[in-house]
Design a protein around this ligand. Structure first.
Ligand code: ATP
Ligand code: MG
Length: 257
């Protein structure tokens, strides 16, 4: 179980309202995509789940309880551009994920525990198609390979919730398609909740089981900071009836750009 609940969440920076009145329940095991114009507050929304950001009002709960004050290994994040450690090899990066998951303070595993973690790391590296590159440093990998490594490292922490902030945005179409083929089975196998921000609505439809759009329904041209973004669409993509709405969302997002 890892139900995420947003209860009347507002985020304000000074007098700028970024998010307002966000109410949402994300069931365990959901693959949720978030779309919305630039500046709508999508990354802010992810940071709320990560625990890096506190709501100005309202609360974000995991299984009905407030998050611990510090971001923990139960939540992992992959950004648009490579968030791996340059001084560690492919194996070192993934192994660190396991070490952080089992001993967050020292990030050290010894003896049989380490051996088991190395084996699990190798299996994960194989799953993301990097088996031949175990001993390479990130600087010797292509962008798509580094992104696959970032995903493997995040998965090694065995997060209950995986946050993806435009994770495939910097990749060419071919590599992007490969990543799509990779992420869905990993999501199923690890039984995680995934929350993915994307600018690509086709990607959102192709991968997710639920899609929300964040946008400002009210605008004050004299004071653009006055109103924040709200959830303007919330679609269950497992139902065929969601498909006709695709065009509406695309049009409304383009109008907002
Ligand atoms: N730490 C901060 N202090 C002040 N303002 C901030 C801070 N973080 C974000 N903002 C503002 O909040 C708004 C939403 O930012 P956010 O990064 O969440 O948007 P986004 O939807 O992820 O945009 P993009 O699609 O361009 O990544 C922006 O106007 C931004 O300037
Ligand atoms: Mg962003």
């Amino acid at each position: 179980m890892s139900t995420l609940s947003f209860r009347n969440v507002w985020v304000e920076y000074g007098n700028q309202v970024v998010l307002e009145r966000i109410n949402l329940e994300i069931a365990s095991g959901t693959f949720l995509s978030i779309v919305g114009p630039s500046g709508a507050g999508k990354s802010t929304f992810l940071r709320l789940i990560l625990g890096q950001e506190r709501p100005t009002q309202g609360s974000v709960l995991l299984d009905g309880r407030p998050f611990p004050a510090e971001p923990g290994p139960d939540r992992g994040i992959v950004f648009q551009r490579y968030s791996v450690f340059p001084h560690l090899t492919v194996l070192g990066n993934v192994l660190l994920g396991y070490e952080l998951a089992s001993s967050p303070l020292t990030a050290r595993l010894l003896g049989t525990a380490r051996k088991a973690a190395v084996e699990k790391s190798l299996a994960l590296i194989e799953a993301v198609g990097l088996a031949e590159h175990c001993d390479k440093y990130p600087s010797a990998l292509s962008g798509g390979m580094q992104q696959r490594l970032a995903i493997a490292q995040a998965l090694a922490k065995q997060p209950r919730v995986l946050l993806l902030d435009e994770p495939f945005g910097a990749l060419d179409p071919g590599t992007r398609a490969q990543m799509h083929a990779l992420i869905k089975p990993l999501w199923r196998e690890h039984k995680m909740t995934i929350v993915m921000v994307t600018h690509d609505i086709k990607e959102a439809f192709g991968l997710a089981t639920r899609l929300i759009a964040l946008d400002r329904p009210r605008k004050d041209p004299q004071a653009p900071e006055r109103f924040g973004a709200r959830i303007t669409y919330d679609l269950d993509l497992t139902r065929d009836s969601a498909v006709p709405v695709l065009g509406f969302i695309r049009a409304s997002l383009q109008a907002a750009q």
